[in-house]
Design a protein around this ligand. Structure first.
Ligand code: AMP
Length: 556
């Protein structure tokens, strides 16, 4: 792990401010190596993959070299594709956000050339573009290369693979001889070597050494999760996996702060560790984590260094780490002392390259899993509630409330009703509401909105329907199962349902079939011929004062 702070790389203040604002805690390995050498003016060959932080490794020194008063192209970055050119330009704007006079433009084929002319005429100082379109501008005279002091070839190997050799050579040949060149490439081959030989000046080769790393005893999974859904998915997994202690790793201090706040507001015992946390506070947090008072520790790699706690059940990679080595360090914190550890990584979009890079390094697959649905989580919570109530009953630790119970019974409430109401109260007091996320639709298309394997789970549980919940129909035609999203924990009983289906659901007397009550839902059998009418009739009904959903059971 690299330990040099950003402040020691020789970068000017506006860039350090932007880095601080982005929440980057320390340079990645390639950044720590490349930035000081580039600032000294040397040519560089950086052998580095996407995801290693290579973009900032060349953008930061490039920005440091810009003369803000000169309204001419001074930095030229060549990229193989339009997508990459846009991404790199976005990074330029992010890292250059504290340079008020900075003008940077992306220039690529397929976009209207007129707008690009104007941007170039307006005094762009940094241009990111694909070779073909840049050459076009050069030939038309809209790109003046005479003030270029640095050029960067991003993914040089890919540009050659895509057949840009001639365009690249023509472009490079027109740039001033005094310019500095940085070649970034994932691989080294004859083509890249040829370019370096012809256009480089004594370049320094930078390569991150890869050690053989293994993490065999740990169960490793990944989930595809958008940035804005991360907190929700993390909460669902914490509820389902129920770890005693978990660490959540983020790549930035900002992400650590945001994630901790979100977990705290959802009621988790979470705390944070990052570079801005004082030594005294750090000790306190770690002690509370060790004692189990903090269950979820959110941290950056630097802050988590040296934590030696054995009982960590799960490591979450809230962000995919920059470096495969960091991945191994992070997840090595679980599965210690012969325990079975779990490592869960959130991945989206560009992160996939980083994940593949990690898989190559550890020579293991990190399998993709489906994001659990809200209903699976709720079922799990209902089960946990059921288990703790049963444990209490079995342990006999429920004495002292007789008078209240008797008063309720005297008022005409049945034992089932009272228990149901208490379950509901408990549920409301112990859980925060989850939220629907895009992943629910994207990943669970076949389960009809995430009903999951509800039936298998319910049937394997000890919630056997009691006699009161089963009714046989005198009707002999085809029956259809309807799903009602209220169940035992909502204080619902079979009598309520029967009454409602006959009274408001317009089901003919005596034709209702079986009713099965589950903790979170109920299945009611009605004659197929009146399903549509019943669904319409119940559209706005309430059950025990609660609105509910009813639809055909998708598991049927
Ligand atoms: P790249 O390899 O350049 O595609 O970068 C991958 C991702 O890492 C980008 O989303 C950057 O914003 C992020 N990144 C780059 N440098 C750092 C850093 N030092 N700390 C945290 N994140 C970083």
């Amino acid at each position: 792990m690299n330990t040099t702070p950003f402040t020691e790389l020789g970068l000017p203040a506006p860039l350090l401010q932007a880095i601080e604002e982005l929440g980057y805690e320390r340079p990645s390995a390639i950044q720590a190596m490349a930035i000081p050498i580039a600032l000294e003016g040397h040519d560089i060959i950086g052998l580095s993959q996407t995801g290693s932080g290579k973009t900032a490794a060349f953008v930061l020194p490039a920005l440091a070299k810009i003369d803000p008063k000169l309204r001419k192209p001074q930095i030229l970055i060549l990229c193989p594709t339009r997508e990459l050119a846009i991404q790199v330009c976005e990074d330029v704007h992010r890292l250059g956000s504290k340079m008020p006079k900075l003008q940077a433009v992306p220039v690529y084929g397929g976009a209207p050339i007129g707008r690009q002319f104007r941007a170039l005429e307006d005094g762009a100082q940094l241009i990111v573009g694909t070779p073909g379109r840049l050459l076009d501008h050069l030939r038309r005279g809209s790109f003046d290369p005479s003030h270029v002091k640095m050029t960067i070839l991003d993914e040089a190997d890919r540009m050659l693979d895509m057949g840009f050799r001639e365009e690249m050579e023509e472009l490079l040949a027109t740039l001033p001889d005094t310019r500095q060149t940085m070649f970034f490439s994932a691989t080294m081959n004859r083509g890249v070597e040829g370019l370096i030989k012809r256009f480089g000046k004594n370049p320094q080769m930078l390569q991150i050494e890869r050690k053989a790393l293994t993490v065999e005893s740990i169960e490793q999974r990944h989930y595809e999760v958008r940035e804005r859904s991360k907190v929700e998915v993390l909460s669902r997994l914490l509820d389902l996996e129920d770890p005693r202690l978990a660490i959540v790793f983020c790549n930035t201090k900002k992400a650590v702060d945001e994630c901790t706040e979100a977990l705290l507001s959802r009621g988790y015992a979470a705390d944070r560790l990052h570079g801005d946390v004082t030594q005294q506070m750090r000790e306190r947090v770690l002690n509370r984590f060790r004692e189990g008072k903090v269950e979820v520790l959110v941290a950056t790699d630097v802050a988590a260094r040296g934590i030696d706690i054995e009982e960590i059940d799960i490591v979450f990679n809230y962000d995919v780490p920059q470096d495969p080595e960091d991945y191994v360090h992070r997840i090595g914190r679980t599965g210690r002392a012969g325990r079975s550890g779990r490592a869960i990584t959130f991945v989206f979009g560009r992160d996939l390259y980083r994940l593949q890079n990690i898989e190559r390094t550890i020579r293991q697959k990190i399998t993709r899993h489906r994001v659990p649905s809200q209903e699976e989580v709720e079922d799990r919570r209902a089960d946990a509630l059921y288990d703790s109530v049963r444990d209490r009953l079995e342990a006999g630790s429920f004495v002292g409330h007789e008078t209240h119970i008797e008063r309720l019974l005297d008022q005409g409430h049945t034992a089932t009703d009272i228990t149901g109401a208490l379950f509901t109260l408990l549920r409301e007091a112990t859980t925060t509401k989850g939220q629907s996320i895009a992943e629910d639709n994207a990943q669970n298309p076949s389960t009809g909105g995430g009903t999951g394997n509800r039936f298998d789970r319910a049937d394997s549980q000890p919630h056997r329907p009691d006699r009161n919940q089963e009714r046989s129909s005198s009707y002999t035609g085809e029956m259809t199962k309807l799903f009602v999203n209220l169940g035992k924990t909502h204080g619902i009983n079979a009598k309520d349902l029967v009454g409602m289906f006959y009274r408001e659901g317009e089901v003919p007397d005596g034709s209702l079939g079986h009713i099965k009550l589950f903790p979170r839902h109920t299945i009611v059998e009605v004659p197929e011929e009146c399903v549509e009418k019943t669904l319409r009739a119940l559209g706005k009904s309430k059950l025990r004062g609660k609105p509910f959903r009813v639809h055909r059971d998708k598991q049927a």
